[in-house]
Design a protein around this ligand. Structure first.
Ligand SMILES: Nc1ncnc2c1ncn2[C@@H]1O[C@H](COP(=O)(O)OP(=O)(O)OP(=O)(O)O)[C@@H](O)[C@H]1O
Length: 477
């Protein structure tokens, strides 16, 4: 499989709406997220109970704002009311100059554990605040909270991150703010990392059981982010050892981490262990394939509905699969879509979607997206390669208005996923009937506008049910 092309040349997250006056800038986001209040509460509450993300503002729930296909930034776009004049609404007394501009922070006392004295906050400081830290820690400090150094194992790598197994968790280490080129790329800046953190938090908020309310939309199909930590210093010897073991066993495409100096900063995403990526995973049978497709489609449909989420990079390295520890054919995955509680049989397979680097989301207060056109190489992959064709398809769908809401990009990735499943099932010699079934499903997908539409396809009719209904048996194929 061709390496996933990772975003290049994205100097920063796109901060501007192209065709109107909306300035989508980080200070505005932070003002809306009211980061000082966040930090104050962070000192006493678990990180993920404090975000209070207004996932489904009324303006989104009435669905009148979704812009499908036109790609323009007019009234059709899902921007929460009031968003456009955010700069006029900023009434905070403290207008602070940060490394990336002016940020308005409401006057609120911050408790002692978060040392914020009302002076200028850089994006880096704000990242520390969100991570509830007063200063960076070492990588060893973070990892030692989860495991013995000798047990750390590298699991995988991307252009920006290296993923290590640490006890029951996975720690993804992403260097940032340094001048050293990493894997041929400039390092991400604090501002970008901060947005990625906000994006992960927004998706975390979809998880059932987060927060106190009954959610209109919820699912557990996106990887759980358990914590974030800002680190500084050279790469820890235990990680270098794990990195070299991986390199010796599987061959790494990344640069050796020994080059990092004591000034180097990293963000560590502490994630649930999602298992093995689809590329390396052997599907046991058609039931598992079917379950994989319904779980991904349902998760996308939920996130689409909750926050106009589009993954935009859902290749088979970004779908993780794990078998249940205690297999039970009656295990189900539950989710709530637009208030309707549903479930589907998992057949012992749990699916987690990862890597939101290219994703687009409407947090209810801000639209986070990347201008993918800034990286022409993303669209120049080999002709006929399914992944490369999917990036090009997204470009057609969005007409390069990457800030807009185009849930059809999720459909494009579902079509890609059916192709990957067909490829996997070939190896299983699954049979012509199954192949035909999948091919006709794929054909129908082409006419849908969103993952939500796809979920209503007859292909899923027999495996989806309202939560209280009796589980149907799998149709014979
Ligand atoms: N939570 C997790 N559980 C298990 N494995 C993981 C997890 N997160 C990441 N991995 C492994 O690490 C690999 C790289 O992770 P990821 O795709 O998030 O990195 P990245 O640097 O953002 O990648 P890209 O270059 O595509 O942007 C994955 O393909 C997977 O094998």
């Amino acid at each position: 499989m061709e390496e996933s092309p990772s975003p290049k040349n994205f100097a920063s997250w796109n901060k501007e709406m192209k065709q109107n006056i909306i300035t989508h800038d980080l200070p505005a986001i932070l003002e809306r997220w009211n980061i000082s209040s966040l930090a104050r509460r962070a000192s006493s509450e678990p990180l993920f109970d404090i975000m209070e993300t207004p996932i489904l503002p009324s303006v989104l729930s009435n669905n009148s704002t979704t812009n499908r296909g036109s790609g323009t930034c007019t009234a059709g776009r899902a921007i929460p009311e009031g968003y456009t004049d955010i700069s006029l609404k900023s009434t905070a007394k403290d207008s602070l100059i940060t490394s990336f501009g002016k940020v308005n922070i409401k006057e609120e006392p911050v408790e002692a554990s978060i040392p914020w004295n009302g002076e200028a906050l850089t994006a880096f400081d704000q990242l520390l605040m969100v991570c509830r830290q007063s200063a960076p820690v070492t990588l060893a400090e973070v990892f030692s909270a989860y495991c013995e150094p000798g047990s750390i194992k590298k699991l995988g790598e991307g252009t920006y991150g290296e993923a290590y197994k640490a006890g029951r968790t996975v720690c993804k280490v992403v260097p940032f703010d340094g001048d050293l080129l990493v894997n041929g790329e400039s390092q991400k800046r604090s501002e970008e990392i901060l947005e990625e953190v906000l994006l992960s938090l927004t998706l975390n908020n979809l998880r059932a059981g987060r927060g106190d309310d009954v959610k209109t939309n919820s699912c557990n199909g996106f990887i759980e982010t358990k914590d974030f930590r800002v680190c500084q210093g050279p790469y820890d010897p235990s990680l270098i050892r794990a990195w070299e073991d991986y390199d010796a066993e599987r061959g790494s495409e990344n640069d050796h981490p020994k080059e990092f100096t004591r000034e180097q900063c990293y963000i560590v995403f502490v994630l649930a262990d999602g298992g093995t990526d689809l590329e390396s995973f052997a599907l046991d049978d058609y039931k598992e394939a079917h379950s994989l497709l319904v779980q991904v489609t349902a998760s996308l449909a939920v996130a689409e509905s909750a926050c106009e989420f589009e993954h935009r990079d859902l290749h088979w390295g970004n779908i993780l699969l794990a078998h249940d520890e205690t297999p039970d054919t009656n295990n189900t995955m539950s989710f709530t879509l637009e208030g309707k509680r549903m479930c589907t049989r998992t057949f012992g397979l749990n699916v987690s979607i990862i890597d939101f680097t290219l994703s687009r989301i409407n947090t209810g207060t801000a639209i986070l997206f990347l201008d993918l056109s800034a990286d022409p190489a993303l669209f120049q992959g080999k002709r006929g390669d399914k992944q490369a064709e999917t990036y090009r398809r997204m470009k057609q769908i969005t007409q390069e208005h990457w800030e807009g809401s185009f849930p059809k990009t999720n459909v494009a990735w579902l079509i890609y996923l059916v192709d990957m499943v067909l490829q996997k099932l070939k190896a299983l010699a699954a049979g012509n009937k199954i192949e035909r079934e999948l091919r006709s499903f794929k054909k129908r997908l082409a006419s849908y506008e969103s993952a939500g539409d796809c979920l209503r396809d007859p292909f899923f009719a027999d495996v989806l049910m309202a939560e209280d209904d009796e589980l149907p048996s799998m149709p014979p194929l």
